[in-house]
Design a binder for this molecule. Structure first.
Ligand code: DUC
Ligand code: ZN
Ligand code: ZN
Length: 488
């Protein structure tokens, strides 16, 4: 009997720390050997001339989720995970949403069933807390964390989801007590709705005004406030989908003060600009997402944030709505910017885009690419080292990557259900040719080979990233900061 079920031979194995030319031996879904000249496997893959990367972890994507406007997104767990796998991603972490008045447990259990039935790759689940009652924070949250749901998102914006600062403090202190990671959508809702009202009163309805209404200052202010709230309570947090330079600068400042504040950005802020929202007719609706893409200089600033380490994670924030009456145009063929579903697709192209324009254009190196697309998310959300790296004992989740393959992006080649891509026509270099999930070859030269429901739920551990640091005496001095010392 062959000692390995699968051997991947002759590739350049890349992790967030280093790279080396070696074979990978896989048994029972796990990596059991790394080295030269491994014995034969039941199946062999020749990776000569290819990179072997940890499968991507998309730690922020919306799958089978109803939006705040009541629109079901275009992808379910099947189409979403199929698309992810085709793009080299082997783990996704979408969101179970608690509606106000609803039990968080119920929301998670219902959502989990959808994933169990349909996912073709492994998945964990973040929660979205919209109603942080004493019962939810004191009873449901600890039990859910115990069951492997160790992270949640909260919104500082939108009528249906917004928490006020008092609620944010309750939630952040519950996160501190339970060791959960808090993800924050940081935009100032009153600024946005005030601007929206004035823009619409002035007859400004076109998609580009979505970007004007979601002003950079609204993102910067809310990011500053979120960090201050986290500081008062003394708990780490992660600001999701950062698009504004001034929000990024708030994160940088917090990090330079030694605070555990993490940042996530997304391809739409690296590859799109506000000009895309100003395309002819209603086409700009295809690029409406929140926060919105900014101008060219702002886009460059976000690249700088990747290069200088302000951001730890690049997720897709895949939020797919078709360009028709089921999605972007649900309010009619000519909706105002306020009526357009918020979100863009990107689950399949996240890795190819960042590889081509990041690694290929020497903006980031391979180690940073792996860290941003897989390793850091695994660490931040408690999946490491099972996921996010190539090491003996880790799951065999791998993307065998042809660094020279040239691809012109078009919607028809993609596997999600959105029907369009914001990246149509882009010329990319670098593509995953074979994708392995827990030792199963799920994508083989573009062919899917994975059954519905074969993906497994991943319970997340409490992550070290969610543990507060030993605070500097100065920060804890009650004359300067009445928060942490009094409470804890
Ligand atoms: N927030 C997201 O995370 N995704 C889409 C829209 C939004 O507001
Ligand atoms: Zn958000
Ligand atoms: Zn999102």
């Amino acid at each position: 009997m062959a000692p390995y079920d699968l051997v991947i031979r002759g590739g350049t194995v890349v992790t967030a720390a280093d790279q080396s030319d070696c074979d990978i031996g896989v048994r029972d879904g796990r990596i059991v050997a790394l080295g030269a000249g491994l014995d034969a496997g039941g199946r062999e893959i020749d990776a000569t001339g290819k990179l072997v990367l940890p499968g991507g972890i998309d730690s922020h994507c919306h799958i089978e989720q109803v939006s705040g406007m009541g629109i079901m997104c275009a992808d379910d767990f099947h189409s979403g995970t199929v698309a992810a796998a085709h793009g080299g991603t082997t783990t996704i972490i979408p969101f179970a949403v608690q509606q106000r008045g609803e039990s968080l447990r119920r929301a998670v259990d219902d959502y989990r069933q959808l994933g169990d039935a349909k996912a073709v790759i492994d998945f964990a689940v973040h929660m979205i807390i919209t109603d942080p009652t004493e019962h939810v924070l004191g009873q449901e949250l600890p039990a859910l964390i115990h069951d492997g749901y160790t992270s949640f998102k909260v919104y500082m914006t939108y009528d249906g989801t917004k928490l006020d600062d008092y609620q944010m403090l309750d939630v952040l202190s519950a996160a501190r007590r339970e060791g959960a990671m808090t993800m924050i959508h940081a935009e100032n809702w009153d600024m946005i709705r005030w601007l929206t009202r004035r823009l619409l009163d002035g007859g400004n309805r076109a998609p580009k005004f979505h970007a004007i209404s979601h002003a950079q200052i609204a993102e910067g202010e809310a990011t500053n406030r979120a960090i201050a709230l986290g500081r008062l309570v003394d708990t780490p947090l992660l600001i999701v989908h950062v698009s504004a330079e001034e929000a990024m600068e708030e994160i940088r400042l917090a990090q330079s003060r030694g605070l555990k504040v993490y940042g996530e950005t997304c391809p739409q802020y690296l590859f799109l600009t506000i000009d895309d929202l100003d395309r002819k007719g209603m086409e700009g609706a295809m690029f409406c997402c929140s926060p919105p893409p900014r101008d060219k200089a702002g886009q460059e600033a976000i690249w700088r944030g990747l290069q200088t380490g302000i951001f730890q994670v690049v997720s897709s924030d895949h939020a797919p709505y078709r360009f028709d009456a089921t999605g972007k145009l649900k309010a009619g063929p000519n909706p105002s910017f306020k009526e357009i579903a918020n979100g863009v697709p990107g689950i399949e192209l996240r890795l190819p885009l960042l590889f081509s324009e990041g690694v290929g254009k020497s903006r980031i190196d391979l180690q940073r690419f792996v860290d941003l697309t897989a390793t850091a998310a695994a660490k931040i959300y408690g999946l490491y080292p099972r996921k996010g790296t190539i090491a003996v004992g880790s799951d065999a989740d791998l993307a065998i990557w042809d660094p020279d393959r040239r691809v012109t992006v078009n919607a028809a080649m993609l596997h999600d259900n959105t029907g369009y891509t914001p990246y149509e026509g882009m010329e990319l270099t670098g593509w995953p040719v074979t994708v392995v999930s827990r030792g199963r070859v799920v994508i083989d030269h573009g062919e899917l080979n994975a059954d519905r429901g074969s993906g497994e739920f991943l319970p997340c551990a409490k992550s070290d990233h969610a543990k507060p640091l030993q605070r500097l005496a100065m920060e804890l001095d009650p004359k300067r900061n009445f928060g942490a010392r009094i409470l804890f």
